[in-house]
Unconditional design. Sequence first.
Length: 134
Amino acid sequence: EEIVPPLPRELEIDLEGFRRVLEAFQIAFSTRGIGQLMTHVLSADEEFLAAWRERFIGPRTDVLRDFFERGVNEGLLRPESNDGMMIDVVLGAFLAGNAMHGELPEGWASRLAERLWPAISVSTVELEPSILDV
């Protein structure tokens, strides 16, 4: 069974906490050869894909889901950040980056956190429009 790196539940809901969540996400996915894995996924049948989502994707995205849910419940993140779209954005960025470059560059999680934070944080709502509003 896969082991997903544990992440403390008491992480602050701020840019640094988000960066740490994304780093854990990157590490959890990088523990397997992503290229080989994607080859299997792209050629798989629906039964395999369902199992892959449940056993591989689910545990790795739970850390993101928990972060967004807690942030919304504490009033620190915009409610729409918890609708699943941001998880799709993070997963898509991870998969696309690996597909295009072979591996993600150092600092990927930090840069992604900095770019997405204004879209999810309530503290930036008045400062700039969110990409979630599009």
